[in-house]
Design a protein around this ligand. Structure first.
Ligand code: ADP
Length: 450
């Protein structure tokens, strides 16, 4: 068993990983930028190493500094968390080259799924359906126009290397196509260093449903059900639920087993998420994330599995400690992402947390890196806390969520708590009646009434 893990991340996910390590009796090393020397993950870790200046290029993406920190502290493994270097195949490869364990899949699988075109081809071979679209990259405008015509408008132009809700352009009609295509290609080159774009039918009102899987190196793969992440703003998730109200237990079981079997055949190792759009009773694959996700706690709540603990163990060569038949889903869980943003304008908010009080009680979990007196630095993602509620039924879960959001006090900065309270009281949300367009409409209507 390994003795020490370096956590190459910050914020609530670094704290989440630290907790799993401590539960396993593994020593922890935090890395941090000069802006984060007072951060919670640094305070809670057994050791910490400053790896550079505040901009992420100089610290949390600084590969030589991170690998050196692991070597000088005698770490056995690196956990990348999410974002930053978590889906960087070159980094995963370099970590292994230095004799360290990368807590994630093999570099080849990261590269395969990181290229969305390759990912789609791979899952098609697994027998999964993908959103109708071009077969692979479309390199010329003429050809792209023809394919768009065949797919039928509206059409979405996506970057092969895209991620984080970026690198997508919609063309509603042929007149909009040339401009959207050219912009998408240019943006893809700038943002992802790869100008390959592909086309997909733009689904009008789908839900976003994703399946969690975990696999060990002995070919055991298990699915842990789905999460409904339809409530999004600018293609970024804001509120997630498990299970989805639209899948039946029979469908979940057979579809989940099918995915798990395919993942096992691929020889995949670790945790992963297959993302789908759901429309008219069908799931269309859009992409796979080869890392732990922000919304993993709702799966933990309903499955009882500590995903980060299991992720560490399988990376260290252990066998999965459970089989598919051991997994029994219980109740309903909702996660709200608490971003340091104005709840009406979504402007990022930075500053000092003047007062801080967390909600509690049965079924309430807070994953955050906040404390009273903490100064939120302006350089990083605005996600500062997650509230995760678990209850026997969805109705009870919503009631508990409203209660817990009401108890949560974060003073000194703006946060999305008021938005989540409005959502938790909205009749459409209460009825489970929403799709990926719902939240943007909801925000627009709310700003009109102000
Ligand atoms: P990223 O890797 O940037 O997160 P995804 O492919 O996962 O990109 O898509 C993010 C979100 O964009 C989806 O959850 C969905 O809301 C929207 N989206 C993606 N593909 C389509 C599509 N073909 N039609 C409509 N919306 C889409």
């Amino acid at each position: 068993m390994i003795k020490k893990i370096l956590i190459a991340n910050r914020g609530e996910i670094a704290v989440r990983i630290l907790r799993a390590c401590k539960d396993l009796g593994i020593q922890t090393v935090a890395v941090h930028s000069t802006a984060d020397s007072e951060a919670m993950h640094v305070r809670l870790a057994d050791e910490s190493v400053c790896i550079g200046a505040p901009p992420v290029r100089e610290s949390y993406l600084n590969v030589p500094a991170i690998i050196s920190a692991a070597c000088i502290t005698g770490s056995d493994a690196i956990h990348p968390g999410f974002g930053f270097l978590s889906e960087n195949a070159t980094f995963a490869h370099m970590v292994e080259e230095h004799g360290l364990i990368f807590i994630g899949p093999k570099a080849d699988h990261i590269a395969m799924m990181g290229d969305k075109i390759m990912a789609k081809k791979t899952v098609q071979r697994m027998g999964l359906e993908t959103v109708p679209g071009s077969e692979g990259a479309v390199k010329s405008l003429d050809k792209a126009m023809k394919i768009a015509e065949e797919i039928g408008y509206p059409v979405l132009i996506k970057a092969a290397g895209g991620g984080g809700g970026r690198g997508m352009k919609v063309a509603m009609s042929p007149d909009e196509f040339a401009e959207a295509y050219t912009i998408a290609q240019r943006e893809a080159q700038v943002a992802f260093g790869n100008d390959n774009v592909y086309l997909e039918k733009f689904l009008k009102n789908p839900r976003h449903i994703e399946f969690q899987i975990i696999a060990d190196k002995y070919g055991n793969a298990v699915h842990l059900g789905e999460r409904d992440c339809s409530l999004q703003r600018r293609n970024q998730k804001v509120w997630e639920e498990a299970p989805s109200t639209v899948l039946t237990p029979e469908f979940r079981d057979s579809f989940g087993r099918k995915i798990a079997a395919a993942i096992s055949k691929l020889g995949y190792l670790g945790v992963g998420t297959l993302e789908f759009l759901y429309e008219d009773g069908k799931l269309y694959f859009i992409e796979m994330n080869t890392r732990i996700q922000v919304e993993h706690p709702i799966t933990e709540a309903i499955s009882g599995v500590d995903l980060v603990r299991e992720q560490i163990l399988v990376a260290c060569g252990e066998k999965l400690s459970f089989t598919q038949d051991d997994i029994k889903f219980k109740g309903h869980a909702i996660e709200c992402r608490i971003n340091a943003e104005n709840p009406l304008t979504f402007m990022p908010s930075v500053g000092v947390i003047r007062r801080y009080h967390v909600p509690g009680g049965i079924g309430v979990r807070i994953d955050s890196a906040l404390y009273e007196g903490y100064k939120i630095p302006p350089y990083y993602d605005s996600l500062i806390s997650k509230i995760i509620i678990h209850a026997r039924t969805r109705e009870q879960c919503l009631a508990r969520l409203r209660r817990a959001l009401g108890e949560y006090v974060i003073e000194g900065i703006d946060s999305l708590i008021p938005l989540h309270l409005r959502l938790a009281n909205d009749p459409h949300i209460i009825n489970g009646d929403f799709d990926i367009r719902f939240l943007e409409r909801f925000i627009e209507n709310n700003s009109d009434s102000k």
